[in-house]
Design a protein around this ligand. Structure first.
Ligand code: GDP
Ligand code: MG
Length: 163
């Protein structure tokens, strides 16, 4: 039985892009438009020889703004509960938005280890977002570019103790 890694975070932070990179196939739909419906997906992933099952949480992007947090909380908590470790993605370029802080609060009581990941951090982009992310109280974020494949070694090192 493979260990399970959940990818969580608000819409448009790059969850499906990371899922696709880890699974190595275009299994998850990536869309440029925020708010486009995407399915929850699972796949077998490999990262520098580390094998695990990965869950891409989604399916709440189609909800209207009022019901979004409730649906997202359900999905997020269910995925985290079944995972050995969760990758909590934020968008380093956008910085911390209120929904990121709300998700961090949901995670506070969780017994599943959480790895904070600042995505879209290619080059020197997103430095201020990375500093803001420290305020979530989840430690130093792993700096990643899911799209360009940067930071995968650091992601490996952050996952290794939990798998
Ligand atoms: P999700 O809603 O969290 O699943 O986000 P998606 O994976 O669908 O990505 C949302 C948008 O962010 C898409 O336009 C992606 O191309 C873009 N994106 C994802 N990862 C990166 C990254 O590392 N750098 C940049 N610049 N854009 C990214
Ligand atoms: Mg997605």
């Amino acid at each position: 039985n493979l260990p399970v890694v959940a990818i969580i975070g608000r819409p448009n932070v790059g969850k499906s892009t990371l899922f696709n990179r880890l699974v190595g196939k275009k299994l998850a739909l990536v869309d440029d438009r925020p708010g486009v419906t995407r399915d929850r997906r699972e796949g077998d992933a490999s990262l520098i020889g580390l094998d695990f099952r990965v869950i891409d949480t989604a399916g709440y992007e189609d909800q209207d703004a009022a019901s979004l947090p409730g649906r997202m909380r359900q999905q997020t908590e269910a995925a985290v509960a079944q995972a050995d470790v969760a990758l909590f993605l934020i968008d380093a370029r956008a910085g911390i938005v209120p929904l990121d802080a709300e998700i961090a609060r949901w995670l506070r009581g969780s017994t599943t280890p959480i790895v904070l990941v600042a995505n879209k951090a290619e080059g020197r982009a997103g430095e201020s977002g990375i500093i803001e992310a420290l305020g979530l109280g989840l430690g130093d974020p792993v700096q990643l570019s899911a799209e360009h494949g940067e930071g995968m070694g650091e992601l490996f090192e952050a996952l290794l103790p939990h798998l």
